[in-house]
Design a binder for this molecule. Structure first.
Ligand code: FAD
Length: 437
């Protein structure tokens, strides 16, 4: 992937820190930033490059609209952070309040959104349904007529390829040490508590560790004997050359979606068109994910291929004194689906002829980590005490990343969090499993 902002690695890995953050995506860097702001000594270890996996590959939407009501307060708090550059240590994230809109073909789609608007009523979010006429006025370049739309003017977007790096640098200015090319192989415990993080470049004694490992979190937890139900799906994205004069807001319609980038080009893709590789975990986790599979069945494109064998051969347990799986793959870089992107382009041009002459400069794939209820885990684990997990953002962690990092930092320091973390507890999965089927 080109144009990813490079974050240099601090020199020698320190021998000691208050907290080690494992993973340099938006969630890890935000956690490190808010911990450093509390004056804790923090080392952030990233096996590859900062923001090179999901956090640098997403659409860049920062969205409150359509969020699970349990997550909505966090999404709203995150929007407030994105808007306020000083609150993120002066980080230039490229954030812009552009508005986000879901176009609807018919009354059935509108009614589904109406239910969400009712659920979100009282939250303070400015989402509203637009009539067909209002859509035409707001989007003069749209072809044909639409039944209406769900619209949230206060939603926006940031630039994935620079936001994570910019927050990492803000964390460094507050004293956090950033180690890239530095996989954490695992953790050591003593008397039931975290004692150290073992990296490929040395051991860091620490009082707490936060796992913000994105799609790798299940594997990391498995080596500790923790069962984190997390699966992976692959999204595909295209980036166009600058296209002056196009729509400013971000939008999803039937089988297409876009966001205008800072440079005047667009991110183009289609919402929900996700490739799901069938792997051994598909069977191990079938029961936990069955309701999600039933719900999302139509948007999933199941694929049985080489990923099954790769995953089968993947060691699930390893010793910490030799190379770990995290050193074998520095950056997850799946192939994008040409079929998904061709279809998105075709639908986009039909709905907005303005895009007819767009030139695609680059396409990429991104592995998305999902939990059974599509809510993240932002939680203490225990045992071991002082081990925390912030992962499973299920396709919308970029937007809520900053507030998720803030919440995680509050949990680590046992400060009263601004948001109720119960919905994000790791223990919810074990509780669910004990409920009779
Ligand atoms: C195509 C696509 C479109 C998306 N669109 C949006 C969107 O528009 N809006 C939105 O809000 N979200 C979107 N998302 C989801 C969003 O990108 C993710 O939810 C979010 O970036 C997750 O951040 P993270 O920090 O948890 O994980 P990641 O960004 O994946 O970061 C995890 C990091 O941990 C590192 N790591 C893992 N294990 C170790 C280890 N043992 N040692 C050291 N480092 C380790 C990895 O190398 C990685 O860099 C999209 C995702 C994709 C792929």
């Amino acid at each position: 992937m080109s144009l990813l902002a490079d974050v240099r690695s601090d020199g020698v890995v320190p021998e000691q820190a208050d907290v080690v953050v494992i993973g340099g995506g938006i969630v890890g860097v935000s956690t490190a930033f808010f911990l450093a702001r509390k004056r804790l000594s923090v080392v952030l270890c990233e096996k590859g490059q900062i923001g090179a996996e999901q956090s640098g590959r997403n659409w860049g939407w920062c969205r409150q609209m359509g969020r699970d009501p349990l997550e909505l307060p966090l999404a709203m708090a995150s929007l407030a952070l994105w808007r306020d550059r000083a609150a993120l240590g002066g980080a230039d994230t490229g954030f812009r309040t552009s508005g986000i809109l879901y176009l609807c073909r018919d009354k059935a789609e509108l009614s589904r959104h109406e239910i969400w608007v009712a659920l979100a009523k009282g939250s303070g979010v400015d989402s509203r349904l637009l009539t067909s006429r209002e859509v035409a006025d707001l989007l003069p370049s749209a072809a044909g007529s639409w039944a209406g739309a769900l619209y949230t003017p206060s939603d926006g977007g940031a630039e994935p390829r620079k936001a994570t790096a910019a927050i990492a640098e803000a964390a460094r200015r507050l004293g956090a040490r950033i180690q890239t090319g530095c996989a954490v192989r695992g953790v050591e415990t003593a008397a039931g508590r975290i004692a150290a993080a073992v990296t490929e470049r040395g051991t860091i004694r620490c009082a707490a560790a936060v796992l913000a490992g994105g799609a790798w979190s299940r594997l990391f937890c498995g080596n500790m004997g923790l069962d984190l139900p997390q699966m992976q799906v692959v999204g595909s994205v295209a980036r166009t050359r600058p296209l002056p004069g196009g729509p400013d807001l971000s939008l999803a319609g039937p089988k297409f979606g876009f966001r205008k980038r800072e440079d005047g080009g667009y991110i183009v893709s289609q919402a929900g068109a996700l490739i799901t590789d069938i792997v051994p975990d598909s069977f191990r986790l079938a029961r936990a994910f069955a309701p999600a599979l039933r719900r999302e069945w139509r948007s999933l494109r199941l694929r049985l291929g080489r990923r099954f064998l790769e995953d089968w051969r993947q060691p699930r347990r390893w010793r910490l004194d030799g190379p770990s799986p995290f050193e074998a793959v520095r950056v997850l870089d799946p192939t994008p689906s040409a079929a998904v992107l061709d279809e998105a382009r075709e639908r986009l041009v039909a709905a907005f002829p303005f895009f007819r002459d767009m030139v695609v400069e680059e396409t990429w794939g991104g592995v998305i980590d999902v939990t059974p209820d599509a809510l993240p885990v932002i939680s203490a684990v225990g045992p071991p005490a002082n081990f925390f997990i912030a992962t499973g953002f299920s396709g919308h962690g970029f937007g809520i990343g900053p507030a998720a990092g803030q919440l995680m930092a509050d949990l680590v320091t046992m400060d009263t969090p601004a948001h109720d973390p119960n919905a994000f507890a790791f223990s919810r999965f074990a509780e669910k499993r004990s409920v009779p089927a």
